[in-house]
Ligand binder design. Structure first.
Ligand code: HEM
Length: 433
């Protein structure tokens, strides 16, 4: 007898059904309670915003140590987000693109890498590492990614004879972590540390995974120290890894400073880790909720994989928003905004925009075209790791399909309380032995 006979499973859903209606009066993107709501209520709220007030002003939630500062204009329609992403001369990434709160001075220098810069400096920094992320180079590491995915799934099965495990801890978090650590030249023994650091950093706002302000400062500082030590080591012993590329690069005729290297290192580790993990976990949830979509994919794995992986990213929108900063006064959809104002681009909302997607509420693994903005709305900052993420997702699902095709989410996912990362903290899964 296998445990799958009495496993609980999660709620199946009718596919393609819009979320419940949420009145404007109940929507406050600046309240922490809002981000403790489940996905349906979040989706319902953004549907209301798109319909009734597509550009709205919200205050920023205050966290200890992270002052709220001024409020922001929330762009919720696909077209507006797309437009803002492609006009960096008006929608600047300086002083930051990743935080609506003020970045505390204690850690600001380590969080200011290229994602929070404009061209030409942004492009020069991006050029140092972008070769490692081209489709050609990513294709070259496919075998090692596949090998890792195989081992991860094999170990999960071997370590859980009862055929139940936490998918996040045992599968979805491991592949992105191992791959980015490999690319950066971080030894395997230090992977757990990197996992802890990026989880605390990006889990900020969720007490269970993050911590007090002092803990966050400690983690950022530890990670920066680690990066600087590794960089020092590579200066004397260069290798074929991204850390070596960072220490050897010259930008505007100068080497990067230790602080620049540390902040670059932190960006790559965090971006490489905290996004793909959640896309894979949300993918597992969606394939459980909509078994007919799983059937469609599983019955022609390679034929459907490319569209399935895009649809998972649209569906999951693992990065919920990015921030921009206006360089001039502008008017959009009748709303006047001033130079210096903060603007937020809500990718989760753009990815459900009824004006852009034929039934956005349908999780459709064969959706084509699928012009989603899960990797950003295009333009200078478009996700550097998109090719890598696609390949990691595809390969991990391929291994699941091969080894334990009936794996399902056995309990509802524990969703991260965060406005920034659409994260899943835990996801119990079960399969037939
Ligand atoms: C499903 C997985 C992923 C999602 C949904 C995602 C999403 C995003 C988004 C929304 C942006 C900002 C785009 C913008 O501001 O216009 C971004 C930027 C970035 N991503 Fe990803 N990402 C993913 C995986 C990765 C991976 C695996 C890496 C590997 C290191 C990575 C590295 C980066 C970097 C370095 C940037 C900044 C690019 C720049 O400023 O030029 N991402 N990503």
């Amino acid at each position: 007898m296998t445990s799958t006979m009495h496993r609980p499973g999660i709620a199946r859903r009718e596919n393609g059904v819009p979320p419940p209606d949420v009145p404007m009066a109940d929507i406050d993107l600046g309240s922490l309670e809002f981000w403790e709501r489940d996905d349906d209520l979040r989706d319902g709220a953004f549907a209301t915003l798109r319909r009734e007030s597509p550009i709205s002003f919200f205050e920023v939630a205050e966290f200890p140590g992270f002052a709220a500062g001024a409020g922001h204009w929330a762009l919720t329609r696909f077209d507006d987000i797309h437009h803002a992403s492609r006009h960096p001369e008006i929608f600047s990434s300086i002083p930051t693109s990743t935080s609506l709160n003020e970045v505390p001075p204690e850690i600001a220098e380590f969080l200011g890498s290229m994602i929070s810069l404009d061209d030409p400096r942004h492009l020069r920094l991006r050029t140092i590492v972008n070769r490692a992320f081209t489709p050609k180079v990513v294709a070259r590491i496919e075998e090692s990614v596949r090998e890792r995915a195989r081992t991860i799934v094999t170990n999960m099965v071997a370590n859980h004879r009862d055929a139940e495990a936490d998918f996040v801890a045992e599968a979805s978090s491991l592949l992105p972590l191992q791959v980015i650590c490999d690319m950066m030249g971080i030894p395997e023994d230090d992977e757990a540390k990197v996992f802890h650091w990026t989880t605390v950093m990006l889990g900020f706002g969720d007490d269970e995974v993050s911590g007090e302000f002092a803990d966050i400062v400690a983690v950022v500082t530890e990670m920066a120290d680690y990066a600087m030590r590794l960089a020092e080591e590579r200066r004397t012993n260069p290798r074929d890894d991204l850390t070596t590329s960072l220490v050897q690069a010259e930008v505007d005729g100068e080497r990067l400073t230790s602080v620049e290297i540390a902040s670059f290192f932190i960006l790559l580790s965090a971006a490489g880790n905290e996004t793909t993990r959640n896309a894979i976990s949300h993918g597992m949830v969606a394939l459980t909720r909509y078994p007919e979509e799983r059937e469609k994919w599983w019955s022609d794995f390679h034929g459907v994989a490319a569209t399935a992986v895009e649809e998972i990213v649209r569906w999951a929108s693992p990065v919920i928003f990015m921030r921009r900063n206006l360089t001039q006064d502008i008017e959009m959809s009748g709303i006047k905004m001033k130079a210096g104002d903060k603007v937020s681009l809500w990718y989760n909302s753009g990815n459900r925009d009824e004006a852009k997607f034929a039934n956005p509420w349908l999780f459709d693994v064969t959706r084509d075209p699928n012009p989603h903005i899960g990797y950003g709305g295009g333009g200078a900052h478009f996700c550097l790791g998109a090719n890598l993420a696609r390949r990691e997702m595809r390969v991990l699902f391929e291994e699941l399909h091969r080894q334990i095709p009936d794996i399902v989410a056995a309990e509802e996912p524990a969703i991260l309380h965060s406005a920034f990362i659409h994260g899943i903290k835990r996801l119990p899964v079960a399969w037939t032995t």
